[in-house]
Design a binder for this molecule. Sequence first.
Ligand code: ZN
Length: 96
Amino acid sequence: MEKRDTNWLIEQLNGTEYSHVDDYITGDDKIRFKHNCGFIFSCTPRALLNNEAVCPVCYHSKNQTTESIQEKINRIYNNEYKLLEANAKFKLRSEE
Ligand SMILES: [Zn+2]
């Protein structure tokens, strides 16, 4: 069975829009990832690699209303996501 560590994670992220910020712990331990837009968010490697987690800023700006992205973020991140901070960024983006 292949060893899963930070180098493994980097290989998995190669070619995606995401890079890791924190070192890999396990697939179910949240760490921070950085999207190519520059936004940093935390989720589990498993969720990101399974495409269950997405950059909240870009996902919102492309497809979603504030209400629906809040619901999705709450579901994915077990209500741990800092929505107030995210909302501020969303608002700034929509005013561009
Ligand atoms: Zn993004």
